[in-house]
Ligand binder design. Structure first.
Ligand code: SAT
Ligand code: MN
Length: 595
């Protein structure tokens, strides 16, 4: 198979003459191709087939211990002008970066197979979908792309002879010069995850892991897509999409953005504690929203699979994920049990007696390090999720009624707060922050700002991105979703969580649902609209009044302390910060002063 698309053909030829692989394979996306790739990963020594009796159709892969996560400090937005990348992105002048990368890619696939993977982010042929073509020399990456995106021949059909595609070039950066290979080739001293937003190209070198290497996900669907969305008037967001039905069977769709380690996948697959309510999944990580003819934002999940963090996933935190992971999964860097199954921290209350850890060494309870790497992952098709919404592949997308922003904040930020209008909602998104939880990252309790949870994923100046959000809301015909700021992570003085979280978060979703219908009552306060007395359904929950009040109170002193911090944060972006957001901070400050 090859392409009848001259520009694609040219790009593949030019890339091959630069990288000099021993052969080129065009991926057709078939099941047989997937199986053959998995066999290759097994034969390379990086992967093994798990016990068919425990995890049918599943694999365990171990990466090189130095190649285990996204490398934000090696991620670049190479726009012509530095200011267009903004202060939150790494920038190098594009011609200089091209020269560096041309040097690194020169001959980098010697002795290897170069795979060409046409893929669609979004249902094939959907007007919201985008096509990418990834070239890679990693069979593990090709197998993962099979799960995470729609790949192969049907994509080329849609592309036709002159369709648009984003070229995505990836190499593990380790030519095979003298025959013998290592199980997980990579080049940790020369890692580059590079985006050219103006020409919409992605070049990634030196890593085979996750978002560094599966270029459809963070690189295309967020960094490049956020630029496309700005130019074309839509939103490419780091959000889950959930479907929620009330006991009467009425349905709404919410999109929600959280920084990492806030339980996005768990929320997307939640089992509601409230009787009669039902949550189903449309997506767990990325959401593309476009206006329809009625002025509503309709969302698709551009992905076809979940690439989720394994540790912490259990029947308590995410029962549906546990069911979803019973078969046909690729696990990376989790621990292995003696009978050829997988295990990770948090899966069971106590670990099994004997394990092989993520590095391949014997491991016993009480060992100093974890058995599974903290960023170990499962890769699994969305279709396998037991609560996947039937419309998850609707090419028109689903209409979004509410957008939720959340962070991990022990104090100040209430359990739920509805924005008075779109502008205040964008303000909420812009100040999203999480407290650093482990001593590993600087001071405990220190805030990391992560606007709209897009800090590492916005492909242009963050302040311009806020302006784009405001412009979306200023569209005259728009029927906009309501925006809410949620915080499941409030703690008391002794560090105990005030709110049970997980399935109990359905109580908050219920209030949001009923706000969208104009049924539930809210009380206007200086910081936003909080649930009026008795409006948050706490029936059957062991929550005393004092705790409830603490979760939903306006912490005047706390907010007064936030105001200068927000101002300082905005100052990083200088004059690019939209006036509307500056107004929000000033007005919030003066409302607090007048209390
Ligand atoms: O490695 S990924 O970027 O795909 C996942 C993540 O870091 O959120
Ligand atoms: Mn994510």
């Amino acid at each position: 198979m090859s392409s009848t698309h001259p520009r694609l053909g040219d790009w593949v030829r030019t890339t091959a003459s630069l990288c000099r692989p021993s052969r080129i394979v065009w991926c057709n996306g078939s099941r047989a191709e997937f199986d053959a790739l998995c066999d290759l990963v097994v034969r390379s020594g990086a992967g093994k087939r798990l016990n068919e009796k425990c995890r049918p159709g599943s694999y365990l892969v171990r990466s090189d211990p130095v190649d285990v996560a996204r490398v934000e400090d090696r991620t670049f937005i190479c726009s012509q002008h530095e200011v267009d990348a903004g202060p939150t992105n790494n920038w190098v002048e594009p011609d200089r970066m091209r020269a560096t990368l041309n040097g690194l890619f020169d001959g980098c696939m010697r002795g290897r197979t170069m795979y060409v993977i046409p893929y669609s982010m979004g249902p094939i042929g959907s007007h919201i979908a985008k096509i990418g073509v990834q070239i890679t020399d990693s069979p593990y990456v090709v197998a993962s792309m099979h799960v995470m995106a729609r790949v192969g021949e049907p994509v080329l059909d849609v592309l036709g002879a002159d369709g648009e595609f984003v070229p995505c070039l990836h190499s593990v950066g380790k030519p095979l010069d003298h025959g013998s290979d290592v199980p997980w080739p990579c080049n940790p001293d020369n890692r580059y995850i590079v985006h050219y937003p103006e020409t919409r190209e992605i070049w990634s070198f030196g890593s085979g892991y996750g978002g560094n290497a599966l270029l459809g996900k963070k690189c295309l669907a967020l960094r490049i897509a956020s630029v496309m969305a700005r130019d074309e008037g839509w939103l490419a967001e780091h959000m889950l999409i959930l479907k929620i039905a009330n006991p009467a069977g009425h349905v709404k769709y919410f999109a929600a953005a959280f920084p990492s380690a806030c339980g996005k996948t768990n929320l997307a697959m939640m089992v509601p504690a409230l009787p009669g309510w039902k949550v189903e999944t449309v997506g767990d990580d990325i959401c593309w929203m476009k206006f329809d003819g009625d002025g509503r934002l309709r969302a698709i999940n551009p992905e076809a699979g979940f690439f989720g963090v394994a540790p912490g996933t259990s029947h308590h935190s995410n029962h549906n994920a546990m069911v979803m992971l019973q078969k046909n999964c690729i696990f990376t860097n989790v621990a292995e049990t003696p009978d050829g199954d997988v295990w990770w921290e948090g899966m069971t209350e106590s670990p099994p007696e004997n394990l092989t850890d993520w590095r391949g060494n014997a491991w016993h309870p009480g060992e100093s390090g974890p058995a599974a790497h903290p960023n170990s992952r499962f890769t699994v098709a969305c279709a396998q999720c037991p609560v996947i919404a039937e419309e998850w592949e609707d090419p028109h997308g689903v209409p979004i009624s509410a957008i939720l922003f959340g962070g991990r904040r022990a104090s100040v930020v209430p359990l739920v707060n509805e924005a008075r209008d779109w502008r205040q909602g964008v303000f909420f998104g812009s100040i999203v922050s999480s407290e650093q939880t482990a001593a590993a990252f600087g001071n405990i309790g220190q805030l990391r700002r992560d606007p709209m949870a897009m800090l590492p994923f916005c492909g242009y100046n963050m302040a311009d991105y806020w302006s784009h959000w405001l412009a979306i809301g200023a569209r005259p015909t728009a029927r906009l979703p309501k925006i809410f700021y949620v915080n499941w992570f409030r703690k008391d003085a002794s560090g105990r969580y005030l709110w049970p979280g997980f399935g109990e978060n359905s109580r908050v979703l219920k209030w949001i649902f009923e706000r969208c219908d104009g049924i539930a009552r809210a009380e206007p306060t200086v910081i936003g609209m909080l649930p009026a007395d008795g409006e948050l359904d706490t029936t059957g929950l062991d929550l005393d009044n004092a705790t409830r009040n603490e979760l939903l109170r306006v912490n005047v002193a706390g907010w007064k302390q936030e105001i200068p911090l927000i101002g300082e944060y905005y100052d990083r972006f200088g004059s690019r910060v939209p006036g509307g957001l500056r107004d929000e901070v000033r007005e919030l400050g003066s409302r607090l002063e007048h209390l």
